[in-house]
Design a binder for this molecule. Sequence first.
Ligand code: GDP
Ligand code: MN
Length: 388
Amino acid sequence: MKLIEKDGKEVFQRFGIPVPLGRLVRDPEAAAAAAAALGGRAVVKAQVLTGKRGKAGAVRLVDSAEQASQAAAGIIGLNLGGEQVETILVEERLEIARELYAGITLDPGRGTAVLIFSVRGGMDIEEVAATAPEAVVTMPFDEVEPVRRHTLYAMAKQAGLHGSELVVVVDVLFRLMRVFEDMDATTAEINPLVITAAGKAIAADAKLVIDDSALFRHKDLIPTKTEGLGELEKAAQQAGVAYVPLPGGDVGVIAGGAGLALATMDTVSSMRGRPADFLDVGGGVSVDRMAASMRIVANTPGVKGILVNVFGGINNCELMAKGVLKAIDEAHIDLPVVVKMRGHSQEEGWALLEAAGFEVIKTGTTGDAVRLMLRKIGERTEAHGDLR
Ligand code: GDP
Ligand code: MN
């Protein structure tokens, strides 16, 4: 998950990295008010997930509330890299003496994180890296070989810093490594890391990407904007289930375990059906998580029937059956549903589903369940004269 600049800066601030004072706004009037609160001199910046805003004219320096309002009006609605600007950051304007670059990302080749630093930061860092690679230092590190402060001093010195600049920059680098590790980031970047006229190091920009698989550890992080996720994916993330919709499918799949989910999808395909999604409910399923899974799949575009293929090991069949029925009842799901479940508390689960009139595959195979599902979808389609 990639954070917008303002959200990234809030994280940086929590870790003690100095950031400019600023406020998110959504219209020119609020931009003017925010600039006035900063004394008029401000920076007005588009909050989009794509970079290179400076070159696109989406970062503007202003000297008054009036100018801030005009700048915001000019930026809101711009299309940057396919993204419409809706949110603006109005920030205290820094007196820039130098623009440095500091970034940490994963190096798949080495299999470690790598710290990248340059005294020639700013908007043209890619060009610097291409034409003057000696101006960019890189330093791999991992849990086994953590970076110590003195190593950072040596590196920053080699890059051309000295005196108090060296001290303030190394402090930021050290904290950025904390951000990277503690936040399970895949990228943590400050470009530019500004040295102000007064000699302070301040993060004038922030790019922070959190590993999606680690988001459960950062539930307190509430992003202003979520990248590319539809409502169903967000609901799945919230429910804690792995879900991927598949365009063009019609058989909704809910399975216990990624392996069983893939096997179920393959079986659907081998019988000339089209799976509409991948959904793995995971372990320790609650009634609510199962119900959420049912709602998500029922709302997946194209779904004409839901096939639930689960095993009760860590999971409990009775709870899963209750979740299936809860969703059908509360969300008024009017689709054919076939459940294949066995294992822990299977009799209780089967009894609940059968009492509610659902067909349960008790001892049959996944193939049996898929066949029944496809037949039910076929019957429903014929009955409705739907030949899509
Ligand atoms: P990006 O182009 O999307 O990476 O946006 P940045 O936040 O990095 O801003 C682009 C450029 O705007 C920076 O490299 C700075 O030169 C300039 N800039 C950003 N904030 C300030 C500021 O507070 N004062 C001044 N003078 N320039 C700024
Ligand atoms: Mn930048």
